[in-house]
Ligand binder design. Structure first.
Ligand SMILES: *[C@@H]1O[C@H](CO)[C@@H](O)[C@H](O)[C@H]1NC(C)=O
Length: 336
């Protein structure tokens, strides 16, 4: 009886409540859908960047590695990792980048499984450095300030917990180049697989040349060789001025240029906003010297920096230096 009286009565208040509630749900769903459309796009690499921490957390070749990183069953995952590294290093021996006589260094190793694998396969002069040392295989050392002399190693390796996680990739790279012997090899594993991030990484190693890059188990393996400077510079043509193909592709994937000022901007605004493709939505922005956001004509803090950049811009967990340029002194106090 109760329900019948309830529904048959023109319950004005109930009706309004239901409407308000469904409207709120609709708005919530619309916002969510909008968020999804903005954050994902037709670019194939977008799924990598959608979860901006992918690079940090999923950057592991196998699930066993993930278990090791998470401190799972240490003994079994350690054995798995050693097997994994053994096969990686044996391939490198077969290709001539590593030999049993090599002096080898693993930079930023986690538990020394890479060092143990090197020793196991006969590269007996192998050592690792980490900020959490476990002697005798892993000594204390920061990747950005290696405790070794110039030109010490024939072979250096940075696994997924090395350069990929470094907050100072440029220093990391210059230290690796410094302690590597001329003609020595540096091998990097990285989760970043687009052409832009490869170019960024190569630009950090100005005394090295790219030997090869390939994909194994969902990560990219890059082999670099240290060359002497004159040799390296002679290979660079001074007068060459061209735009590499991967940059053309980035431009093709960017939003189209709006050639005419919209007559009804409030109608097209949302669509245009949805079309915007940010660089970090398309590529991995690791391996840069730094990250800067400049707001020209900043107005108040909330208009762009606080209202949009801090919350919306896909920063891939990088620390950005933020600058605001505003002529109107009335706004200056907001930035102090
Ligand atoms: C070691 O290398 C760095 C740069 O690669 C250089 O500045 C420094 O002078 C070198 N040190 C010695 C002792 O040669």
């Amino acid at each position: 009886m109760d329900t019948i009286t309830f529904t048959s009565k023109p319950n004005v208040l109930g009706n309004i409540l239901v409407r308000v509630l469904s409207f709120a749900i609709l708005v919530f769903l619309a916002r969510f859908a909008y968020f999804l459309t903005v954050r994902t796009n037709s670019c194939p690499s977008s799924d990598l960047n959608f979860f901006s921490s992918v690079h940090q957390n999923h950057a592991v070749p196998t699930t066993t590695t993930a278990a090791a990183l998470d401190g799972g069953d240490a003994a079994t995952s350690g054995a798995h990792l050693r097997n994994y590294y053994s096969s990686v290093f044996q391939d490198l021996i077969a290709e001539g980048y590593l030999s049993p006589d090599s002096k080898a260094l693993c930079i930023g190793t986690l538990a020394g499984n890479d060092v143990a694998a090197l020793i196991e396969i006969g590269v007996s002069y192998s050592v690792g450095i980490s900020e959490n040392p476990s002697p005798p295989l892993v000594l204390y050392g920061r990747p950005v300030k290696q405790p070794f002399e110039n030109n010490t190693f024939d072979f250096e390796f940075s696994g997924i917990s090395g350069l990929d996680r470094s907050t100072e990739p440029a220093k990391f790279a210059s230290e690796a180049s410094r302690t590597l012997k001329p003609a020595g090899f540096f091998v990097v594993h990285t989760a970043a697989k687009d052409a832009y991030s490869l170019e960024s990484l190569l630009s950090l190693f100005d005394s090295c040349t790219l030997i090869r890059s390939r994909e194994i188990d969902g990560i990219r393996e890059i082999v670099l060789q240290k060359v002497n400077r004159e040799q390296h510079l002679s290979g660079i043509s001074v007068n060459k001025c061209s735009v590499p193909g991967y940059k053309h592709e980035l431009f093709r994937n960017a939003e189209p240029l709006i050639t005419e000022e919209p007559l009804k901007p409030w109608i097209t605004f949302k669509r245009n906003l949805r079309n915007i493709r940010y660089l970090p939505d398309m590529v991995d922005i690791s391996f840069r010297n730094g990250y800067v956001y400049v707001d020209v004509g900043a107005r108040n803090y909330g208009s762009s920096i606080g209202g949009w950049f801090e919350n919306q811009y896909p920063k891939q967990n990088k620390a950005f230096d933020v600058y605001a340029i505003e002529a109107d002194k009335a706004f200056h106090e907001e930035y102090i």
